[in-house]
Design a protein around this ligand. Sequence first.
Ligand code: SF4
Length: 456
Amino acid sequence: MPDSVDSAVQFTATTPDVPPPSAALRRGREHYFPQASDAEWNDWRWQFKNRITTLDELERHLAIPEAERKMRAEVLSDFRMGITPYYLSLIDADDPADPILRQVVPLADEFYFRAVGEEDPLGEEKYSPVPGITHRYPDRVLMVISNNCAIYCRYCTRKRTMYEGATPDVEIDAMVDYIARTPQVRDVVVSGGDPLNYSNQKLESILAKLRAIPHLEIIRIGSRVPVALPQRIDDELVAMLQRYHPLWINVHFNHPRELTPDAARACDKLLRAGIPLNNQAVLLKGVNDSVETIKSLCHGLMKMRVRPYYLYQCDPVRGAEHFRTPIAKGIEIIEGLRGHTSGLCVPTYVVDAPGGGGKIPVQPDYLLRYDERAGRAVLRNFQDKIYEYLEPGYLRDVISPSRRTPPKSASKPHSNGVAAHPKAASNGKHEPHSDKVVGKSRWVHKGASPKRPKKS
Ligand code: SF4
């Protein structure tokens, strides 16, 4: 079994700009923590206790330019730092722009942009009927039960809530009570912070209360522990979690270098316990904002049997402006994946609407024109070739045009009689033109009557 798990991450050795993770990890641990024994290194409690949380501790491992010291200290007064030795060991100490480093080490950019952005960019507080619950969608809620994480991501949307210390039981009970008295809630996302930072006993007491609610069908846990502290996913934790099925876990890998043998083993343990894993990556400038990096990430996730689920546009949270990319970058990445690799490798790219509008999927325009009345669509494929598709309604029109009544919701046609699909945000790049159409529906030709069977 370990062989198959290790082989899950070998793919990166063939990617020129990504060093083999197992070798990088080995070098990293020797470089940063030569004194750590195997027993210590593989003990999640040791990892947690030895997190890097101050600039002095950080400086023992990574150089800090003198000119930036004050800026970084100020940034830390806004939002804490936490880096497990394991996650630190993934950082290339010789590269100040290392994509793993950028995610967790406060940099001068964060200081320059510290006044830009919002405290609560998704309006979670606005949709909060009781503290800790966000009820934005009709049948599911977010339940924030923890305010600390194994690592603190510099772009975190919820950085406003982070402080050490457990959420009081009375608050958690009030969240459970809200779900219990709200019958339309059939799905809860238990998040934080990181719920897997709790002891097994504490987490189990919460899961048991949730599972006792008859109308609650699905429990999902959002966690970055498999990425930042994979040692935490041990047999005892997994045995406890699998008592609360159907239970899903959303993980959060952003870069292929995070797909180490340790992370693969942690995911494998969860999957073998029947817990499906979905990845929620965040699109981050200087970390993963290229087709090659996201493709490599998604291929690696698939090898670990983790589904690439969402690619999030980075939220405009305070202090994270330097991570944000234009939406065009996300569209370009999806364009570079769709059709160029298996559909299972293509996450849904979403923009979480500011102020609480929820996730809005965004993708390249493949439906160039749609005339609902005529039953005709003009589509573009992944190679940029244009195709005409005729709907069943088109055939009915040919047989008996008089039977056709315009649908109430029909779009107003343009002067050429072809209406743009109301939901297709054309970028003007792909104007359909008859000589560009390389494929058409073949089962009926315009103007020709379909053959009918002769009466006997
Ligand atoms: S692990 Fe998640 S909740 Fe914790 S700091 Fe990172 S993004 Fe925020």
